[in-house]
Design a protein around this ligand. Structure first.
Ligand code: ADP
Ligand code: MG
Length: 823
């Protein structure tokens, strides 16, 4: 095929790919072809000429879509038939050159030519802004941008939040309590109202020809304005009973803009919307992207791999994600796309793990048996079995030249610190330094104290940080690096760390990352991992030639989530509590019993104890949450507990201010601490015995469990009071579970099942890329993806093979997004 024909072929492919709207070339296809024929001498045998001649006299522009497609396909097929045929003299030979792609005969390479001008073919059409789509102007593009949809690819991957199943629409009279259902109704009335004691929301009455019912949306009072009387409305969600009447609670909703929708398909996609972007527009734009560009979306999986794993081709999966014929198809589509997501994540984490392990050799840090025994004997308690197992894994890792990369998981109070201390003793005993980083200054202080006490045989007297444990040959020096230290002192500590005079440095990550160089760092420990992003981990590793890394977290993370989030780490779990702990008495309290609860708090405070009060979670915005917490603080401090010392903690406070409030509470300068969810992180206040959670049904189980872990740290019996104004059935189930279960892992699993990963773990916090399709409850698929990723990296460690190019690009894109985000 001649280069001209090659060029025309590309133009035709592009035209086809872009949906046959005659927009492949500027000025239209007819003009382009005319000029082509005029400017080049095409032989009479040219298939191209024959194709052009086959166009009707009014040209391509006059054809409808079906005819356009037919013409292009026939033109393309003659062209490719020609290309496949052996080159014959006279055929396809033009002024521009000779056969470009010889089939098999070795021919001298063609002379380098100036690249031909191919206006659009050189840039990836998938990366062009969505304004290339028909009917998408800047205003609409700006709305989509708010949903992170900017390019054509984004639009193809803008998957519906759900589908309205118009094959399954029920009348109001047919709605069943407790099931997920869709109904189409008219709005009778909608008003912004108070729901329960303190929540604002929208209450609406809707009707169809079989009856009427109540709908409530919690925390969304602004909806009332959007639901005009008589507006046709689609509602999807669960129906509950409220005072004996069927009620939709916070259902998904959509104003029905056209009855036609109902008839266009059984499953109609429903996209996430932003204000000013009508559902119909969203649907139309995505549809346009599918119709014009899906053809050019390349499959990132090598064919052989895809087939072996029984996964759908990418284009089919994307199409069916939007427009499935039936739920089975949706499942298949989802499986393919979820696999892609998980695979790319696993490629990222496993590659990082390999780089880490191969990147440099660590110093083996041996802990000789007598030393270990000496340390254990110095402790005021016996390790639990789980602690011993975790310690054995850690110490065995430390003995290797391959740097350790381990996550230590254990519920609050399970005793992680002593395992960390054993690791530090191993480092020091081998002549190296260790560092322990915490997310806040007050936690760093706490660790410092705990470590001093553990390394000094349970005596918390080593305030200076210098002491001589009997099992070590030399005195030991621990330093606390605080941001609030006078700068001269800070500089002095940093110098001692750099000179090797300090064996263990404890501090916040910011502080340690800023200006500290270690003389010989052998071990880095990070506490409360979920506050740290991937980058912090990387930066920390950069502190020594290749220090061993131990990450500790008190958040019970179900195995699937751990594999995904921390796929680059080995995992140890401490799943056993030290003996003699009193379980925290947990009580789901009715709103009518709030006064009793307050009386109980007064009583506990009267006995010298302290109380946390957590304010309800409010999704709308941080500002709203802060206002609500402030109001609650004022109410409690002025009306309910006027004679007690009440403090307030929320996310808008500066870090130093937060530390100040926490410190005041820890030092018993406050009796009651009113807080938003920020208190979650593992601070020890042994004197606090009551955790009171308002709006408890709005928190995840794992989070409630974290709250509960804030009390019960001392010798006294502790209590957790869960208040909830109007819990739905699911919420009631969850609250009951909280009363019965004290096992963080069981609660985390239940949470994942009941609410999904997004709720379980804010992804921004976790440093994990957003999952759009994959579900973390899908253990099998995650493990499959991990296996495939490991296989790919074994065969092609840097993913440089041609068939892995797209996967490599995808992984790079995903991880660059994650890594860009500071935490
Ligand atoms: P966390 O896992 O929440 O960090 P810590 O390491 O702070 O828990 O331990 C909580 C408390 O339990 C500490 O006071 C610690 O001294 C104590 N502790 C740890 N292990 C044991 C044990 N095996 N027996 C008794 N007490 C223990
Ligand atoms: Mg701890």
């Amino acid at each position: 095929m001649s280069s001209i024909e090659e060029q025309v072929r590309k133009v035709l492919l592009l035209e086809k790919g872009k949906g046959l709207h005659d927009r492949a070339v500027l000025g239209g296809l007819d003009r382009y072809l005319k000029r082509l024929v005029e400017n080049h001498s095409l032989g009479p045998q040219s298939p191209l000429l024959r194709s052009i001649a086959a166009l009707p006299s009014h040209g391509y522009a006059s054809l409808d879509a079906a005819r356009r497609r037919r013409w292009i396909e026939s033109a393309l097929s003659t062209a490719s038939a020609d290309a496949a045929a052996p080159a014959r003299p006279g055929l396809g030979k033009t002024a521009a050159g000779r056969s470009k792609r010889p089939a098999s005969t070795p021919v001298p390479p063609p002379k380098p030519r100036a690249p031909s001008k191919e206006p659009t073919a050189s840039e990836n059409p998938l990366e062009t802004p969505i304004t290339v789509l028909r009917g998408v102007r800047e205003a609409i593009a700006a709305k989509f941008a708010r949903l992170a949809v900017r390019t054509v690819r984004d639009a193809l991957y803008f998957f519906p939040r759900r589908h309205n199943d118009f094959g399954q629409v029920r009348k109001i009279s047919e709605l069943m309590v407790g099931q997920e259902q869709t109904t189409i109704v008219n709005v009778w009335s909608a008003e912004d109202t108070r729901i329960g004691r303190r929540l604002r929301g929208t209450e609406a009455w809707v009707a169809d020809d079989t009856g009427m019912m109540r709908v409530v949306w919690f925390n969304q009072p602004y909806l009332a304005r959007q639901l005009r009387t008589n507006a046709p409305l689609v509602l999807s969600g669960r129906v509950n009973l409220y005072k004996g009447q069927k009620t939709f609670e916070s259902p998904e909703w959509e104003l029905l803009e056209s009855e036609e929708l109902v008839h266009t398909g059984r499953l109609v996609p429903v996209y996430a919307l932003t204000s000013g972007l009508p559902a119909r527009t969203a649907r139309r734009v995505v549809r346009e992207a599918l119709d014009t560009y899906l053809d050019v979306l390349p499959d990132i999986l090598p064919d052989e791999l895809r087939q072996r794993r029984h996964l759908w081709p990418l284009q089919q999966a994307v199409r069916k994600m939007h427009y499935p014929d039936g739920l089975e198809e949706l499942d298949e589509a989802r499986r393919r796309l979820a696999f892609d997501e998980l695979l790319v994540i696993q490629l990222g984490v496993l590659r990082r793990r390999r780089l880490w392990q191969e990147g440099g050799r660590a110093r083996p840090l041996a802990l000789p048996e007598p030393l270990l025994r000496g340390f254990l004997e110095s402790l005021p308690f016996q390790l639990t079995g789980a602690q011993r197992r975790a310690m054995a894994s850690v110490l065995s890792d430390l003995g290797q030249e391959r740097p350790m990369s381990r996550l230590l998981q254990g519920d609050v109070g399970s005793g992680k610190t002593v395992v960390a201390a054993a690791a530090l003793v191993a480092a020091i005993g081998s002549g190296y330094q260790g560092v322990l980083m915490a997310p806040t200054e007050i936690l760093a202080e706490q660790h410092y104290r705990t470590l001093c006490s553990l390394l000094d045989g349970g005596e918390a007297m080593a305030r200076t940080g210098a002491f001589s444990p009997p099992y070590l040959e030399k005195p030991l020096r621990i330093a606390l690096l605080k941001g609030s230290l006078p700068s001269k002192e800070k500089a002095a500590v940093q110098r001692q760390v750099a000179e090797g005079a300090v064996d263990i440095a404890v501090g916040t990550h910011a502080l340690i990352q800023e200006g500290v160089d270690f003389q010989r760092l052998g071990l880095a420990i990070v506490d409360e991992q979920h506050r740290f992003g991937v980058m912090q981990r990387a930066a920390l590793r950069g502190k020594g030639p290749s220090p061993h890394l131990l990450v500790m977290t008190a958040t019970p993370i179900p195995r699937t989530l751990a594999l995904t989030l921390y796929g680059d780490l080995d995992i140890s779990v401490i799943d056993e509590m030290p003996p003699g702990r009193k379980p925290i008495k947990t009580l789901w309290t009715m709103p009518t019993e709030r006064e009793d609860a307050y009386r109980f708090v007064r009583e506990q405070v009267g006995q010298g104890r302290q109380t946390f009060v957590i304010c309800p979670l409010i999704e709308e915005s941080e500002a709203v949450a802060v206002r609500a917490a402030t109001q609650e603080y004022e109410r409690l401090s002025q009306e309910v507990f006027p004679s007690l010392r009440v403090g307030l903690l929320h996310g808008r406070l500066r870090a130093t201010e937060k530390d100040r409030v926490m410190r005041a509470f820890r030092d018993h300068e406050l009796d009651i601490l009113v807080s938003t969810a920020v208190v979650e992180v593992g601070i020890d206040v042994p004197n606090a015995t009551v955790m009171m959670v308002e709006g408890a049904d709005r928190f995840g189980l794992a989070q409630l469990h974290q709250f509960r872990g804030r009390v019960g740290r001392g010798a006294d019996q502790s209590y957790c009071l869960l208040l909830s104004d109007d819990p739905s059935e699911v919420a009631q189930e969850r609250l009951k579970l909280m009363e019965q279960t004290h096992d963080g892992f069981a609660l985390a699993e239940a949470d994942l099942r009941l609410r999904g990963p997004g709720e379980f773990f804010g992804t921004r916090q976790s440093g994990m890329p957003d999952l759009k399709v994959a579900r973390l409850s899908d253990v099998q698929l995650i493990e499959e993806a991990r296996e495939v990723a490991a296989g790919l990296l074994d065969a092609d460690p840097d993913l440089t093979a041609a068939e892995h190019a797209l996967l490599a690009a995808e992984a790079a894109r995903l991880w660059s997004r994650v890594v860009d985000e500071p935490h």
